[in-house]
Design a protein around this ligand. Structure first.
Ligand SMILES: *Cc1c(COP(=O)(O)O)cnc(C)c1O
Length: 384
């Protein structure tokens, strides 16, 4: 390996395919930049660009308006007392776990929690108790399962878990559990609840106070039209001093944030997109209507939507025996679906998947969703 081999120039800077395609990748749908964010990205792309007028703490920067964003806009948007930006949803979760629990303490996670919730808990050296779900085909988590899990922890360890986490929605099936009920169950045992809203903050209205969550976590590059990595972390007053504790040696620096987080273009793209993001959360009912319409169309072709039905979120998981059967017969095998969709300028279903896949309808709009529906129909008919 020669160092000179790593050169984007040599590869013509590599055109990124999905830019002009119809993108239904759940991972990417909510993170597509607004024009404003794209401009901010070039303006603020230099390293440490936001630090010109920093008084020592990122969220105290008045110009650009990071202070107003973090201390005024985000708390109102999330319905929570104190907010910080982090380097991602996973960093937000680790921050809370590390601050709220000690090595060997227990944490309760829903079984469908994102892998980053498990890894964050492992990094914080916690024991994990999971809340089981109903399994195929609904994968439904009953709020009462949190009581069961908490009581098991009490029985096994002599005290309640340090924290409970609810994934809202989960990243596989897009299921939304009754968070209010989960919060009230957790609070009966004095267990604080963290709402992992990586797939919802920035897409749908999320108000931590209304839901009863003590912590709320969002992902900028997942759902807030920001160029990541960037996340948000909100905490209620009661726990804010613990999670945002300051260093005894460097008085203004917050320990769990390692003193500073999103120190450049990432936060500027998030701020640039924010007005659009706030507005689009008000359009959530239409997004759900589109998702349900799309699900019905695909079910009409013999696909099966797994998880909550009717669905309440744009992230949907489909079982497609019809595509699996085709993949068994055709020359291109399991890559046929990816190739057929690519030829129709549709991006976002992972290459090689046919039997099960997830997708998102978020912000695609009826016109392009119709193109996707027609594409599925054509592909099925082509191989019949
Ligand atoms: C994508 C995702 C994450 C990770 O978000 P990052 O901001 O990249 O750390 C965490 N939880 C869920 C449910 C996710 O879907």
């Amino acid at each position: 390996m020669i160092l000179d081999d790593i050169s984007l120039q040599k590869y013509g800077y590599i055109e990124r395919g999905p830019l002009n395609a119809i993108n239904i990748d759940p991972l990417q749908r909510g993170g597509i930049l607004t024009d404003e964010a794209r401009r901010a990205l070039t303006q603020w792309g230099d390293g440490y660009s936001v630090c010109d007028f920093c008084p020592g703490v990122l969220d105290q920067i008045k110009t650009p308006p990071i202070y107003d964003f973090v201390h005024e806009a985000l708390p109102e948007f999330l319905g929570i007392d104190e907010v910080r930006v982090t380097n991602g949803a996973r960093e937000s979760k680790f921050t809370v776990m590390h601050a709220m629990a000690r090595e060997g303490d227990w944490i309760v996670l829903d079984q469908v929690a994102h892998y980053t919730s498990y890894v964050a808990a492992q990094r914080a050296r916690l024991n994990i108790k999971t809340v089981q779900n109903s399994g195929n085909p609904d994968y439904k988590t009953e709020p009462q399962g949190y009581a069961t899990a908490i009581e098991e922890v009490i029985k096994e360890s002599g005290k309640p878990p340090a924290l409970a986490l609810l994934t809202y929605p989960d990243g596989n099936y897009g299921n939304l559990v009754d968070a209010k009920k989960v919060a009230s169950i957790c609070h009966q045992y004095d267990v604080p609840l963290l709402l992992n809203a990586a797939y919802s903050v920035g897409k749908m209205p999320i108000n931590a106070k209304d839901l009863g969550a003590d912590f709320v976590v969002g992902s900028g590059h997942k759902s807030m039209a920001a160029s990541g990595p960037i996340g948000v972390l909100g905490a209620v007053e009661e726990y804010a001093d613990i999670v945002f504790e300051k260093s005894p040696t460097h008085k203004v620096k917050e320990i769990e944030l390692l003193g500073c987080t999103a120190r450049g273009a990432t936060i500027m793209t998030m701020i640039a997109s924010f007005p659009t993001v706030v507005k689009r959360t008000h359009n959530w009912d239409n997004e759900v209507t589109d998702a349900r319409w799309f699900s019905e169309k695909l079910e009409g072709m013999g696909l099966i939507q797994i998880g909550d039905k009717p669905h309440d979120h744009d992230l949907m998981f489909f079982e497609a025996p019809i595509f699996f059967d085709i993949s068994q017969k055709v020359k291109k095998g399991r890559y046929f679906l990816y190739k057929e969709l690519k030829e129709r300028n549709i991006h976002g279903i992972k290459a090689g998947l046919t039997k099960f896949f997830k997708l998102s309808t978020y912000g695609v709009g009826r016109d392009d969703l119709n193109i996707v529906v027609d594409a599925f129909d054509e592909i099925i008919k082509k191989y019949e």
